[in-house]
Design a protein around this ligand. Structure first.
Ligand SMILES: Nc1ncnc2c1ncn2[C@@H]1O[C@H](COP(=O)(O)OP(=O)(O)OP(=O)(O)O)[C@@H](O)[C@H]1O
Length: 312
């Protein structure tokens, strides 16, 4: 059985269609990332799946439950890490994690979870004294302590410093190894690429792409050849290439569907002249390149900043 099944999901806020016919499934043990621009409908979708928001149409099953009517049996099996949970600031970290732990029949050891999220030295600190990144780690601890089968992570590493992000990634990798199903939203494409088995790209409440990071990248046939100009050479001196190189700081970048030919032309020309092409590299498009191409296309096609309105 799939952990999450969404079929034709719709959500209206008055005239605004925030979610417009979304369909996807998440298998048990899968890490699934929803990405998309601000206001695309990710949080609305996730909140419907959590049972916190009423849907306007479509079918949703989460762990076999209709989340709107799942009740306690459902809530005990899911963990939620919100962007801003908002809890009593006078509690200490250990008190709050202990409190949450008490809400679940099957829970993890509170100190172990505090350790796991890297807050061991803040165990007895009051919540109001924590930094932004430390609060996010506390959010993560609260989502984990009930030992959920399905974890919702809403922008789990926003505000984290780079090493805290890496640790959070390791934590998520560890949860995945334990067979947990995870639905995450993120604005960091490297995060989606690293963590997610599959990524769904949502624009204006619609799914515009769905696949593994590699599948999404494979749809892009272009590669980027970048290099610096050899000393004393002007860009106009280069041989004709498949496209025009564009300056990026000190480097030049050529986006081409034929990287082999472009490299051959460039390196053949350099060898003939007896010069080196400094910092020469070829890269496949990253998930971020793919995302920007998709989202740019969609917002251009649909009119920027025009919210999608339902038909009168
Ligand atoms: N309670 C609400 N009432 C009216 N409109 C809402 C409400 N909640 C969200 N919206 C609108 O629905 C759309 C989708 O919002 P949502 O928060 O789901 O987007 P998101 O993809 O999570 O965005 P972000 O990346 O900024 O968190 C937005 O246009 C938002 O303004």
């Amino acid at each position: 059985m799939a952990a999450v099944e969404v079929e034709g999901l719709r959500k209206q806020y008055g005239e605004l269609t925030a979610v417009d016919g979304l369909s996807f499934t998440i298998e048990e043990g899968e890490v699934f990332a929803l990405v998309g621009p601000n206001g695309a409908g990710k949080t609305t979708t996730v909140e419907i799946l959590e049972g916190h928001r009423h849907r306007s149409g479509g079918e949703v099953r989460v762990l076999g439950f209709d989340p709107e009517h799942g009740g306690r049996d459902f809530r005990e099996r899911i963990g939620i890490v919100l962007q801003d949970a908002g809890f009593d600031e006078d509690f200490t970290v250990a008190e709050l994690v202990g409190l949450y732990r008490g809400l679940y029949p099957r829970s993890l050891d509170a100190d172990a979870v505090i350790d796991q999220v890297g807050l061991a030295d803040k165990r007895d600190a009051r919540v109001k004294t924590l930094s932004g990144g430390q609060r996010r780690r506390l959010d993560l601890a609260l989502g984990l302590v009930g030992d959920p089968d399905l974890l919702f992570l809403d922008e789990p590493t926003t505000g984290f410093d780079p090493s805290a992000r890496r640790r959070a990634w390791e934590l998520v990798d560890g949860l995945k190894a334990l067979g947990k199903t995870i639905l995450l939203t993120t604005h960091y494409m490297d995060e989606a690429e690293h963590l997610a088995d599959r990524v769904g790209v949502v624009v204006r409440g619609r799914l515009v792409a769905l696949g593994t990071p590699a599948e999404l990248g494979a749809g892009q046939h272009e590669a980027v050849v970048s290099f610096r100009l050899p000393a004393g050479v002007d860009v106009a001196d280069l041989p004709p290439l498949d496209g025009r190189p564009v300056a990026q700081g000190l480097e030049w970048e050529l986006t081409t569907a034929h990287p082999t030919a472009a490299l051959h032309t460039l390196t053949g020309w350099a060898l003939e002249r007896g010069v080196d092409v400094p910092a020469l590299s070829v890269r496949r498009p990253s998930l971020e390149d793919v995302y920007l191409a998709l989202v740019g296309d969609q917002t251009a096609a649909e009119g920027i900043d025009e919210p999608v309105r339902s038909a009168p």
